[in-house]
Design a binder for this molecule. Sequence first.
Ligand code: NAD
Length: 245
Amino acid sequence: MHRLDGKKAVITAAAQGIGRAIAEAFANEGATVYASDINKNKIHEISSKNKILTTVCDVTDNNSIEKFLNFSGTPDILFNCAGFVAEGTILDATEEEWDKSFNINVKSMFRMIKTFLPSMIDNGGGSIINMASLASNLSGIPNRAIYTASKAAVVGLTKSVARDYLEKKIRVNAIAPATVETPSLQDRINNTDNPIETRKSYIARQPMGRIGTPEEVASLAVYLASDESSYMTGQTIVIDGAMSL
Ligand code: NAD
């Protein structure tokens, strides 16, 4: 017996980092997993492991999302993981970065949910999980103006869809991590003048004294995907090594 036996899961941005760990955790818990990413080579690399079915999907493109639905069929679990970190204050930010960030971080979820929800309703319900962040309505983390605004929108979308489709047995929750050890975090650290000091400063802001792992976030995702969380909807769960305490 596994916690997601008999369930079908669909996930975006699963080629690396948190999305990949979630795809693997869902498969380990017995789900049939349809994992997608814009990165063709990397997403296909994960298919041999855990019998995960993979495809290319660009979450900024409705045709690509429609093809993903045709490939997967109706899921019980929809995990919207795609996101992009724009760094800087509002004075550093450009309108192009704003549009790109809201497109990848928020409008992607609008598109994915609009495409997958009708068949999930017809199927009798399901669990949608959106990737938010501690940098959102929950906390104003320095130098993340656009990112924080976009992730606050994810929290709002989560609540709104949860309320509207409650009676259709669709649950919608969000996950709000602080700093998680992923390739993009490493890239952001490497792009600073002093990567060693930058890493130290990321660790220093975590009261637990370490950065979180993708597997720790994936454990929470399994709970929200499973029937164990059947009395929960519209919630954004913080997983942050006590950063917000
Ligand atoms: P990452 O940046 O390491 O990987 C992102 C993945 O998204 C890549 O595989 C990339 O190819 C894919 N991608 C990019 N554009 C895409 C598109 N248009 N369509 C489909 N896929 C696309 O990711 P991560 O750090 O694991 O973050 C995953 C999610 O978690 C994001 O939403 C991010 O905002 C959120 N998050 C991350 C952290 C962190 O510290 N890493 C903290 C809080 C929230």
